[in-house]
Design a protein. Structure first.
Length: 187
């Protein structure tokens, strides 16, 4: 039976829980596209994939809390084996660049998966690997029943990162997919 991977394209198309903006782009739009491409690549490699936002207009919840709960509850009830939440980072420092991942705790399957994905994102995009950070307070990490990681793919506030996410989303999809393949020993 194929491993079941839940891809959460962070945020909603509009409030509540809309994402950050920078350089003329919206987080929710960038991660929607990257999530769609990643799902297609993972399916081509034999994985069973479900998306939190199957269409660009999919709206989850009526508040930040219910939006997050809808994503987690869907992944838990589907019986996902792994949960990937896709986001873009933001900073007041315009030069901040790169990909990083958050996990619930160290020495976990989630940390190993996150490390593999970050390594492959760096290889595919050339963006710096900012490492894995423990953030047990994040709802999508503490409420999911499977190994979960929240990926900050790049900085929407950095012109280079933002343009790469917007105009070359296939690079991020390839990096995420290759990280999953590496985790499973398939790369």
């Amino acid at each position: 039976m194929a491993a079941k991977i839940y891809i959460d394209q962070g945020h909603n198309p509009v409030n509540p829980n809309a994402g950050s903006e920078g350089n003329g782009f919206r987080e929710q739009d960038l991660v929607y596209s990257i999530g769609q491409l990643t799902a297609a690549l993972l399916r081509q490699n034999g994985f069973d994939v479900r998306l939190s936002r199957p269409s660009p207009r999919t709206q989850l919840g009526t508040s930040n809390t219910t939006s997050l709960a809808a994503r987690v509850n869907d992944a838990n009830s589907w019986g996902a084996d792994y949960f990937l939440s896709l986001h873009t980072n933001a900073s007041v420092i315009e030069s901040a660049s790169g990909s990083e991942a958050f996990v619930f705790r160290r020495d976990s399957d989630a940390e190993i998966l996150a490390e593999n994905i970050l390594e492959q994102l760096n290889f595919a995009t050339g963006l710096p690997n900012r490492g894995v950070i423990v953030r047990p307070g994040l709802y999508v990490l503490r409420k999911t029943r499977m190994p979960s990681t929240l990926l900050e793919l790049g900085f929407i506030t950095n012109p280079g990162d933002a343009e790469l996410m917007a105009y070359s989303p296939q690079l991020f999809a390839a990096g995420i997919t290759n990280g999953v393949l590496a985790y499973f020993g398939m790369l």
